[in-house]
Design a protein around this ligand. Structure first.
Ligand code: ZN
Length: 647
């Protein structure tokens, strides 16, 4: 008690004048104040503030409205637009989209930002006030969100909380921050997935987590393969808009097949712009985007005009594609697509000089152009490599970064639109450092937004990848090691052992780079869709013991502290589950199923029992796994039942 009192006195006497004590020695010194009729975002932001302060100190600060604020407690935390915020000169209506202001004034902390109406957990809701709260919680309480749910929420214990003097206004670094939530996977064998209740909890926790990492956007931003239904609608009247094939015919090579466009055709270009102009809403103030992302196929037009725009294929054009890639034999067409986007942008500018044309750099138009074509910031390109899964060789990593630089050098703006996070199944497949290196490079060369496909959510085994991926969106300059140190710190005394544990897996992943590629090819497994085919071959029983030893030691060291112990147990569950999946993969893989029907039934029953017991732990997105196992394993009919009915 004495030490506490002494500490409190020292604390209070060491405060700068503008510092505001919120909790002193376990006593509330402030209330949280919102407007009398706060918006949904401000209301939720106040709850999040109170929740985290309570997690740190055990003290629950009251949330009151401005006119009902009690006089006997001196401190104030004003959250969201209200009279006091306006009196302090903060005009939220004049802030940039999603920006927030943090100020201290007398005994008050003020947090207010640009909010739109709507559900605070929805990605499209602008939530500047909420971003301000999270920024403050990170800075002052050192709150860290390791994975979704309470266990993954780390707030160091404190007896006192002070709002130190601050005055800053901060817009988000990227206008869209997006890890696709990965919640839509379904399977013909749903018994391997979540029960409905567990799926709902997983979703809720993940949505909260994503917002804590400030995932969202400043304004609507639509893109995606743009001309998918054009052949059906326009193929008869305007065959010249579509790819010319070697046989002299236009359009898809078979009925219902995919097709690319004849992107050099001026009539097509005019029509794309005319349709955009007819659809675009005016007056909302939000930027207008013209979607010109080619269909989900290589650029295939062989007409003379398209070919005339192409540059020579670079010497390293196919260097990093596998022998089975669709890219083999494909003409290099980046320059023609650059011309296409530029032509569209120049046409669109006649209607709206600020409009941006959106394209994907993808397949045979992924590699940077070579003819010196100059684009401009009203062309916004999604960086979408069709190879390049992690881990990469140093040479391949450098190649990938050169493609980013090459497009950046054209003057276009870029956003990250990679599929690499779909990789790795639920294995301890770690590439956090290389991922961060790519992100840093992109952020330092003009990245304006992200759209990662997808957050598969295997938190129990792939935590470092996912934490770094999320955290870089608000700390794009922080090194992987700095960010991982935050993650490991949540394991208390076990932090060094947990670091060694993930270092082991990251080294294992990089050392097996060639083997992963080779095995996946030999077993005809897809990195993003059927990884579970190869899990048994790539994670044999011999790879687990060193990791298990490290985790067992971590558990011993963490035992004295329940929170660290529970987090270590979470990793153990994740590893046990991964090991079980690898063992089953070795027996049931479609490539060479080795189990009898009876053995298969027993193995799947074991897996389902494990998943039912742990499905609310949050270690893995079991629906993603069921989707992948569907196309990876020889399954039995039992697993076709819904999980609520099985076993
Ligand atoms: Zn053409």
């Amino acid at each position: 008690m004495k030490t506490h009192l002494w500490f409190a006195l020292v604390l209070v006497s060491s405060l700068a004048l503008a510092d505001a004590p919120l909790v002193v020695d376990g006593n509330p010194m402030a209330v949280i104040v919102t407007a009398d009729h706060p918006g949904e975002v401000a209301r939720y932001a106040a709850q999040e503030f109170a929740h985290h302060v309570e997690k740190a100190t055990g003290v629950k600060l009251s949330i009151v409205t401005e006119t009902a604020a009690p006089k006997d407690i001196p401190g104030r935390v004003f959250i969201g637009d209200c009279q006091a915020i306006r009196d302090a000169g903060i005009e939220v209506g004049k802030l940039p989209e999603e920006a927030f202001a943090l100020r201290t004034k007398g005994q008050s902390l003020m947090i207010a930002g640009d909010d739109s109406g709507g559900d605070p957990l929805e990605a499209s809701t602008r939530a500047g006030t909420l971003w301000g709260v999270y920024e403050w919680l990170e800075k002052e309480l050192h709150a860290r969100w390791l994975w979704p749910g309470e266990l993954g929420t780390y707030v160091p214990k404190a007896t006192s909380v002070v709002a130190h003097e601050i005055s800053e206004t901060t817009p988000p670094r990227f206008f869209q921050r997006k890890l696709r939530p990965g919640l839509g996977f379904t399977s013909e064998h749903p018994a391997l997935g979540f029960t409905e209740a567990a799926a709902e909890q997983f979703k809720q926790d993940e949505m909260v987590f994503l917002r804590r990492h400030r995932m969202g956007r400043s304004f609507p931003f639509g893109h995606g393969h743009a001309f998918v239904d054009w052949w059906k609608k326009d193929g008869k009247a305007h065959p010249e808009w579509f790819q010319l094939r070697d046989n002299g015919q236009r359009g898809p090579s078979k009925a219902g097949g995919r097709f690319s466009m004849c992107v050099s055709n001026p009539g097509l270009q005019r029509e794309i712009v005319a349709r955009w102009a007819a659809r675009r809403g005016g007056g909302s103030g939000a930027p207008s985007f013209l979607n010109a992302c080619e269909n989900d196929i290589l650029g295939l037009c062989t007409c003379e005009q398209c070919r005339a725009l192409d540059g020579p294929a670079p010497a390293d054009y196919l260097k990093f594609y596998s022998a089975t890639s669709k890219m083999v034999g494909a003409r290099f067409v980046s320059d023609r697509y650059a011309h296409f986007w530029l032509s569209l942008q120049e046409l669109a500018a006649q209607t709206d000089p600020e409009a941006s044309v959106v394209g994907y750099v993808y397949f045979n138009y992924f590699q940077a152009p070579v003819t010196g074509i100059r684009l401009n910031p009203h062309i916004l390109l999604g960086f979408c490599p069709s190879s390049g899964f992690f881990p990469r060789s140093e040479e391949e990593q450098a190649w990938m970064k050169r493609q980013w630089s090459g497009w950046h050098d054209t003057g276009a703006r870029l956003f990250m639109r990679t599929n690499h996070l779909l990789d790795g199944y639920c294995m301890p497949f770690i590439f956090a450092h290389q991922f961060a290196d790519e992100f840093h490079h992109a952020a330092s060369e003009g990245m304006v937004a992200t759209d990662y496909d997808s957050l598969t959510g295997h938190w129990g085994t792939q935590g470092p990848n996912l934490y770094v991926a999320a955290r870089l969106h608000t700390r794009p300059e922080a090194s992987a090691d700095e960010l991982l140190a935050e993650y490991y710190a949540a394991f208390g005394a076990a932090a060094p052992l947990v670091k060694s544990y993930f270092d082991y897996w990251e080294a294992y992943t990089s050392e097996h780079r060639e083997q992963i590629k080779k095995t996946m090819e030999e077993m005809k497994a897809s990195r993003w869709h059927s990884w579970a085919v190869a899990a048994g071959a790539l994670y044999p029983p011999t790879c687990f013991p060193p990791a298990e030893t490290l985790l067992a030691r971590a558990a011993q060291v963490a035992a004295a502290d329940p929170e660290s112990a529970a987090r270590t147990h979470f990793l153990q569950l994740g590893l046990d589950h991964a090991k079980l999946c690898a063992r089953i993969s070795a027996k049931l893989t479609i490539a060479a199923p080795a189990a009898t029907q009876e053995e298969a039934k027993a193995l799947l029953a074991e897996l389902i029992a494990f998943r039912r017991q742990t499905e609310k732990s949050g270690i893995s997105n079991f629906n993603h796994l069921a989707w992948m196992e569907d196309s990876s394993w020889k399954l039995t009919d039992e697993t076709r039942k819904t999980p609520d009915l099985y076993p």
